[in-house]
Ligand binder design. Sequence first.
Ligand SMILES: [Ca+2]
Ligand SMILES: [Ca+2]
Length: 479
Amino acid sequence: MNNKIIAALAVVIIVAAGCGSAVWYMSQSHQSEKSEVGGTGLEVFGNVDKDNDVDAKDADLLQKYLDTPTEGQAAAVVSLGLDLTYADVNGDGAVNTKDVAAIRAIDNGSYGEIRFLDGNGQVQSISTDISRIGAEYFCNVELCMILGVVDKVVAVDYAPYQLKDFYFQDDSQRDSVMNMANMSSPDYPAVNDMNLDVLLSFSYSVDLLKTKAEKLIGTDVIYLGLYQPNLLSAANSSYVHGILKAGYIFHKVDRAEDYVNWILQKIDYMNGISSSIPENEKPHVIMTNYQNSYFANADTKTLTLYNLNDPQGQACVLAGGHNVLQDIDSKAYQSGYSAKVQVDAVFNDDADIYVNYIFCHTVEYTYSGVKMSGIDHGYCTSDYTDFKNAWTNVNSRELVKAEVDSDHVHIDAGDLRNGASGGVLLAAYLAKAINPDKFTALDPVELHNEYVSEWLGVTGYDVVKDAVITYPTVTVKSS
Ligand SMILES: [Ca+2]
Ligand SMILES: [Ca+2]
């Protein structure tokens, strides 16, 4: 809620309920006064001072620029620290006092339209009068929960639909939410019938986004950029910016900033510890996946290893781990998101290449609408059978037995990669598992439960008892 609306409500409450309530409400209003959000370069029109918000400072600076005589304006851009890229807030092709007024409207919450660059850098201009949201995959549904707009989600695609018992705590919404099915290859007439105001896309494919925008009439198709959290420079990542942009789109700026600050605090905390661990003392880790690998089937002689561009590889760094892919193929460590390698490139007699820990990512429900068998996990099951079996399989491989302690093998829910936590929860689980002596005060389960209760808004739920997230569970190991 923006401050002006809070102030207006406070006035109403003063009139309606007398001074006692008013004093309480005013203090609440004061407490919710938003803190600054860190980082730079938020691509929302109106952000002319290059930080991560659109606020009165931007309006004041743009007004100062406009008040400067024409011949001095170029110098004013420099002296005021402006970036005029996002100055044409109303998109009419000119920069003038109407844009200053538009920034003030954004600051006080009275705007009805917002312009921004999507996660691919494309200009989007959308109405913020949104009552019907379609949300793709776990990250976007969780983002709607975090921002407190999940009640407006009327449709989700196949994967989150399978988890609707968790994602939709309201009984009637759980019964009525529609299944968009496979949004990698959508049934456009069916989705059109859902009359969405906004579709939050999981896919960053420019072609798919363009096709969806063309074929879904009256629906704004938005890729926010959540797929790319950069845990190593998170404040300016497309993930953090995507959350902040969503804050503007859904009139939930304060909530979005609070969540971003929570995420950044956790990252700073972990980075403060892991960055002090000398490289030669870091445990050697492979961030890999279970399915379609040597681990799931001994006849498959390859493994997929995630690299520095993937949140899984970034989580490894943040947790104070040394990613073995670096030693196998330093080029592959930095290009794309992962590399497929031969098992004997990972497990061999080369003294420089060794593995202390194995983290296997799993995906049960895919974006293309398929359920993978034998790997049940996540927020809607408490049955660890499949994870235990997977763990046993990994540990039964000859090459693993020869090199890795069995309790150094972990099976992890894809939710940690594909939810809205941007890899932070994954990094926490990882940190506690590989560097328990360094991360003594960190409890990943407590952190995950905080994510679920405080941010997703699901109460009375425990991620160890009510879900299957990691095996073995990290707290069991450390207690
Ligand atoms: Ca700003
Ligand atoms: Ca303008």
